[in-house]
Structures are given as C-alpha cells and as structure tokens.
Design a protein around this ligand. Structure first.
Ligand SMILES: N[C@@H](CCC(=O)N[C@@H](CS)C(=O)NCC(=O)O)C(=O)O
Length: 222
C-alpha cells in the first residue's frame, strides 16, 4: 500500500489526500512534523516538506503538483483534469492561484500564525498577519463567487483538481473558524457539496490535540 507523510492541517497534504480518495487509492497516513527535520524524512525529501508519497513500489515522490500529475497519469479514473488542453491550462492556473497566491495571502497569514507557530514553538501569532489574512480571504471568496457563476465547479461543469486544491485550503481555515461563510453563500454551497463527497470523510475526522475544530467543521449542513 502507498504511504503518505503528511500534516493533518496542511492544505498541500489535504489536496493529495482528496486526490487519493477520489481515485479510490488506499493509503497509509504517517504524520510528519517537518520542523523536527528528521534525517530519515530529509532523505525522502531534501526540501523537508510534506506531502511525500511513497508509492507501492517504494519510490518517494514530493511536491504536491508533481504527486498529483503522477497520480493522474497512473490512475486516470476519475479524471481530475479536463481533456481539452486550454481547459487543462485553466485548471492548472487555478491550482496555482490557490496553492501560490491564496496560500501566501491567506493560509500562511492565518494557519501558520495560529497553528504551526504553536506546534513548532515559534512564538505567538502576529496580529498584523492575522488581520491581513482575514482581509485577504474576502477578496479570494469574492473571486471564487465569480468563478462559480453559471456552473457548479470552480473551473466549469465538472469537478477538477482546482476544486480539490481550493477545498483543501478552505478546509484547513474552516477547522480554525477563519472562513466567513455567511457572507459568501455561493462558495458555502459549493463547499457544502465538496464536504459531502466521500473523499472528504477522512479530513472531517481529523482532530488536532490542543486545537479543537469549530462546531460546524464536520457538519454537512452548516
Ligand atoms: N510546494 C510544496 C509546498 C509544501 C509545503 O509548504 N508544506 C509545508 C506544510 S503545509 C511544509 O512541509 N513546510 C515545512 C517547511 O517549509 O520547512 C507542495 O506543493 O508540496
């Protein structure tokens, strides 16, 4: 069975967990705290980051975009990229949007400050970062609302890796109660559908000792 070195509240790890579950690939989850810089882990990924997927043949794969492409190529069903090259480019652009821009402007400001700093004993959250993250998330939720106009998924008529990437970030922020859902009903409806998919079950069961999830985190009718 493949193994995934991960952190429960890492959006990049969650994206790969969602991909694995959509493709019905069973995986053993191994929690890794990258800041501990374990030598055996650094041998698997010299960048020292999660996720790292160990394939059934024992190869270590890192970088979530590369892991996704590997999974899409080796287990094509169900496809998470469209067949048309222009649409594929659009889906990859949106994955970049969430994993780069959203991550920098929102996830790092909120999640790193609230959770990672405490876990890694790096001090207290920086108020300026929390404020920036809470302001920035609204711009991104406006953009997601625009993307969802006229169709059910972020990149068009079908679920793609763009939906999984976005849902992975939002699920981490939802765990700590940082998503103002009530102001963004279209995004909340989309996320509610995402949450109801079987691929989300394992994410909704995550519990971090010392960090209780918000009341509605695992509630499908929030
Ligand atoms: N570009 C990488 C980002 C992965 C990443 O930043 N992982 C974080 C956890 S969310 C990590 O392991 N950070 C540890 C470190 O930067 O030392 C990917 O897509 O896999």
């Amino acid at each position: 069975m493949p193994r995934l070195y991960h952190l429960p509240l890492s959006p990049f790890c969650r994206k790969i967990r969602l991909v694995l579950a959509e493709k019905r690939i069973e995986v053993e989850l191994i929690e890794e705290r990258p800041w501990e810089k374990r030598l055996d882990f650094l041998r698997l990924n010299p960048a020292g980051k999660v996720p790292v997927l160990i394939t059934a043949n024992g190869q270590a794969l890192s970088e979530s975009a590369a892991i996704f492409e590997y999974l899409e190529e080796t287990v094509p069903e169900p496809p998470l990229l469209p067949a048309d090259p222009v649409q594929r480019a659009e889906v990859r652009r949106l994955v970049g949007w969430f994993d780069d821009k959203f991550n920098r402007e929102v996830t790092e400001n909120l999640l790193f400050e609230r959770v990672t700093k405490r876990l890694a004993k790096l001090g207290y959250p920086d108020g300026a970062c929390l404020k920036a993250g809470s302001q920035n998330i609204r711009v991104h939720l406006d953009y997601a609302t625009f993307l969802l106009e006229g169709h059910n998924w972020l990149a068009g008529p079908r679920l793609t890796i763009a939906d999984l990437a976005a849902a992975a970030h939002l699920s981490c922020l939802d765990y700590v109660g940082d998503v103002p859902w009530d102001d963004y009903p279209a995004v909340r409806d989309w996320y509610s559908v995402m949450k109801s998919r079987p691929c989300f079950r394992s994410l909704l069961a995550d519990h971090l000792p010392g960090f209780p999830a918000t009341d509605h985190y695992a509630d499908l009718d929030f």
